[in-house]
Each structure stands twice: as C-alpha cells, then as structure tokens.
Design a protein around this ligand. Structure first.
Ligand SMILES: O=C(O)C(=O)Cc1ccccc1
Length: 288
C-alpha cells in the first residue's frame, strides 16, 4: 500500500525536507511501518496539507508549527483547531539554514526578494543590512517564487541550499538567518489516534467558558497542582470577537499516563471547548 504524505510545496520546501526526515526515521523503526511505500504530495498551503488528511486524500501531513526565531506558525495552529479528528504522531526539530538564490551578479542589483513570511522574518536583520532598498514580498512557501528567477534577474528568493540544488539555481549568499541556531519544529499529523505508548508530549487547545478574571489561571493550575510541566503556551484569537482567545498548550506528559487522565478530566471544568491534538515523541534531526 502507498501512503501519501502531504506537505507544503512546490518540491524543495523545508516541510518536504521534514517529510523526508520522517521517512528516514520510519525506516529506522521498520517494526512500525510494515514496509509500506510512501508518496510525497506537495500542496499550495499548509492549511491545504492538513485538509488533505482530514478529507482522506493523504494519510499523513508534515507541517511546521514553531520556529526558534519567529515563533508559532499561525496557519498550522488555526487549521488544527478548525479541523476535527487530526492527531499529532511525532514532532521533528530541523535545523534551518537559509540561502539567497538569484541570477543577479551581485547583491547591489537585486530589487525584489520573495519568500515564506517565516523565512523573511528569520532573515529580516540580514535583509535590512545588506538589501536595505529591496521590495520584500511574502509567498506561500520558500520555493513558490523560484520559477521567477530565470526570467527576473533582479529578483531573489530565500530558500534552502537543497532547493537551489534541486532546481539548479545559483546561491548568492548562505547562512543568512539572523541567528545561526535557527530551527523549526514540525508535526507529523494523521487522522487516526497515535497508539505508540510512552509519548513525551501532549498538545491541546481550549477556549475558556467566560472572559472573567482567573479563567486561564484556573485551567493552568490543574497542571501546576499535579506537578505536570508545560513546555509552551500560545494564544490565538477565537475570531468570534476582538479580545477573545484560544489557548494552546504543549504538555510534558503522555495523554494515557494516569496523572494526565486526571488532569484532563479536571481541565474539562475550566474550559468551554477542549481539543486534544495528540500525544507524541520529539525527534531532533541533526544537520544533513
Ligand atoms: O516554505 C517552506 O519551505 C516551509 O516549509 C515553511 C517554512 C518556512 C521557513 C522555515 C520553516 C518552514
């Protein structure tokens, strides 16, 4: 059986790189995979990659969730909340080294720079120092604008050296992210429950029952009282009215651990809608 893996495209994105790292990881865990074959399926947006799994067009999606410089990838958080029955199976942390790709002879002749908003933000210091007068345009992914470069020789794109190699494009500058230790966390998402035991993390999101003093504190105290550590908290607008938020938590415990079963039962008392995105382990990928 061939399993389709949805990721942000066109080919050569960091999300595709994360999907390939996931396949390598699976290969080293053959007992889990039963020797299935896989097909990489690029989608125009992160949201569409997740929708592909929700609609059973693909079995798996690999999506970016958080970057060490720029923080959360809102499209991933928002789409996970909107779609029901998606479960995180694994987190992958990948090092990210951006390159400037262009047919321009030098930085002086560049007039336009394109990339995914996350990549532009991760390189904003470098851009303002070395390309202070360029027009910066966000694109759906780091590889979307690469097809422009051959015709538009005063245009550059921020992407990976792997993408430059894939499309045989010239690299004008390397390692242009503002912080050298730049890395991004990706989630591997499927439509069925993760039945791997002893996961290290659980992610969930909730809306509070009323916008009153202490609403968030009460929910968080559930974990504090049980000695359960949180590794991230993020808020996103509910989009229903200004000033109303959803709260996303990453928790350092397995959803099936007795202590988490108790915590989640108690948490129901302090939440309006509670969505558990799943339990998973975290794999750190070293420089390839
Ligand atoms: O556009 C890509 O290549 C992506 O996969 C999104 C992204 C952009 C920048 C850093 C990590 C992921």
């Amino acid at each position: 059986m061939t399993l389709k893996i949805a990721h942000l495209g066109p080919p050569g994105t960091y999300s595709e790189q994360a999907a390939l790292s996931y396949l390598t990881w699976l290969n080293n865990h053959q007992e889990i995979t039963n020797l299935k074959s896989f097909e990489l399926c690029p989608y125009p947006t992160i949201s569409q990659s997740l929708q592909a799994v929700a609609k059973s067009e693909a079995a798996i999606a690999v999506v970016p969730v958080e970057n060490s410089i720029e923080g959360s990838v809102n499209m991933t958080l928002d789409t996970l909340w909107q779609l029901d029955n998606l479960k995180i199976h694994l987190a992958l942390i990948l090092p990210i080294q951006h390159t400037l790709i262009s047919f321009a002879k030098s930085l002086d002749s560049i007039k336009n720079v394109y990339s995914h908003p996350q990549a532009l933000a991760q390189c904003q210091g470098w851009i303002s120092q070395l390309l202070p007068n360029v027009k910066v345009t966000p694109s759906n992914s780091t590889t979307e604008a690469l097809q422009r470069l051959e015709q538009e020789t005063t245009t550059a794109a921020i992407s990976s050296s792997r993408a430059a190699q894939l499309y045989n494009l010239p690299i004008l500058a390397s390692g242009i992210n503002d912080y050298p230790e730049n890395c991004t966390r990706f989630w591997v998402v499927r439509s069925e429950e993760n039945n791997i035991s002893a996961c290290t993390h659980t992610s969930l999101a909730f809306s509070a029952p009323a916008n009153v003093p202490g609403a968030l504190v009460k929910a968080l105290q559930v974990f504090a009282h049980l000695g359960i550590n949180l590794s991230r908290i993020e808020s996103r607008p509910t989009k229903r009215s200004l000033g109303e938020y959803l709260f996303y938590l990453d928790i350092e415990a397995d959803v099936n651990a007795q202590i988490m079963i108790s915590a989640l039962e108690e948490l129901q008392n302090y939440t309006e809608v509670l969505k558990i995105f799943g339990s998973y382990s975290v794999v750190t990928i070293s420089e390839s």
